[in-house]
Design a protein around this ligand. Sequence first.
Ligand SMILES: Cc1cc2nc3c(=O)[nH]c(=O)nc-3n(C[C@H](O)[C@H](O)[C@H](O)COP(=O)(O)OP(=O)(O)OC[C@H]3O[C@@H](n4cnc5c(N)ncnc54)[C@H](O)[C@@H]3O)c2cc1C
Length: 476
Amino acid sequence: MPTVPRRALCWIRRDLRLHDHAALTLATQLADEVVVTFVFDTTILDLLVDKDDKRVSLIHQSLQELDSKLQRHGSKLVVRHGDPVVEIPALAQALGCTDVIAGRDYEPSSILRDASVVTALGAAGIQFQTVKDTVIFEGGEMLSQSGTPFRVYTPYSNAWRGKFDQETCAGPLNPDLNKLVPAADLESHSSSWSFEDLGFSENSPSVPAGEDVGLASLDRFVGVVPRYSEDRDFPAKQGTSGLSVHLRFGTISIRDAVRMALSQDSKGADKWLAELIWRDFYQDLLFHNPHVVTHAFQPQFDSVEYPGETSWFDAWCEGQTGYPLIDAAMRCLLATGWMHNRLRMVVASFLTKDLLIDYRRGESHFARYLLDFDLASNNGGWQWAASTGADAQPYFRIFNPVLQSLKFDPDGEFIRKWVPELSMLYGKSIHWPHEASAMELGGANVVIGETYPHPIVNHHLQRDKAIRLLETAKKQ
Ligand SMILES: Cc1cc2nc3c(=O)[nH]c(=O)nc-3n(C[C@H](O)[C@H](O)[C@H](O)COP(=O)(O)OP(=O)(O)OC[C@H]3O[C@@H](n4cnc5c(N)ncnc54)[C@H](O)[C@@H]3O)c2cc1C
């Protein structure tokens, strides 16, 4: 009797690529025939505030590229639109799959979703397997000597480096694309995924999407990485990789990034590796401490009542605080969906310690606009800046936004780009126009209070208030 070929469904989520693909590789190892699917998840899409959210366009572009690549191998991408807890079991059954394989996702809501998918598939006699893909070490793999999860980055990083050996990600995981099911067998299984049918309108992101661009960007960065340590803090320079969006959606693999870092013998590459380890650290932290999604990591800070005014929050969001570097950074976020790491730290500190506004409001604003938004890194970054996190900035160490500006945008180049109404100011005045002479302001066509706002708060006074507020909470 001829044996029935074993068919697997590879459900892609945060791995929108074909190369070095853990789930697809496992699927092609396990099964004789493999179908690749993506679900436009209505439980996520329905929560997006903007119906022209750039991330939907980014995913759409990446999937179009992926679909073309699958078509070149005679297959196609099967796209569904709905709740994956319903769509994945229905599709797996309709296609006669015995297995569903996906990359593991460590966000609490994804863990719950996957548990429901396991149950629904199990009822149909279909196995669901997830495989590590988005991190080098996942929750549970990295424990301190006392067997507990890490709470501080440096010992985590040391342990990460100690545990890592070249075999951990020796070479790319290459799926056998000869096992893909022919497109003709899949036509009737895909839903329409036009923007209109998804309920969104196209809004091209500022960074081009897809696996090819991701790999090219990683290649370009090889020439930049030796200077990473020196240049990474200056937002006007292209000193960082700009790869966060690709790492977020998996249009490059974290293993490719780590392999690149390790193949370079430079201080810059080692520092860059340290940042990739921060990414693993925050995933680990979220996995072991899911309460951080809604609560402060350090519970004593949950009781803080932040007195900041709503109008200040609005001014921060719109880049109208009267602090040029803050305004430049916030306007850059709105326009491009990206913000430099130094600026994320400075604006987050400013919101929580100068405007005395709950970090969760800033976290949500970033979640709405960042193309690279990732719950673990965003929450980790915000709790770091707010001093409520695991390995946070001490509450009494508060960035002075003007000194940060002078230090990291010394010529005002970044400010000039995003706050054009100040572009004719030079020297210290572009960083702090409020003390510029009337003649200087007049010559630059700046009228404080008209063409550019007065500072909404006084940094020195607010700093003292923040320290008192957080000191009281800390003592509790
Ligand atoms: C308040 C705040 C919010 C943040 N929100 C996010 C977010 O939603 N998504 C996100 O990917 N990063 C976030 N970060 C981390 C960091 O700012 C971005 O990863 C970085 O700016 C992306 O630019 P890049 O790719 O050029 O980084 P590079 O400097 O080239 O670093 C390489 C990669 O390492 C990782 N990485 C770098 N720094 C960090 C870090 N501090 N924490 C975790 N991973 C890091 C990223 O994947 C990044 O792409 C946040 C930081 C702060 C302070």
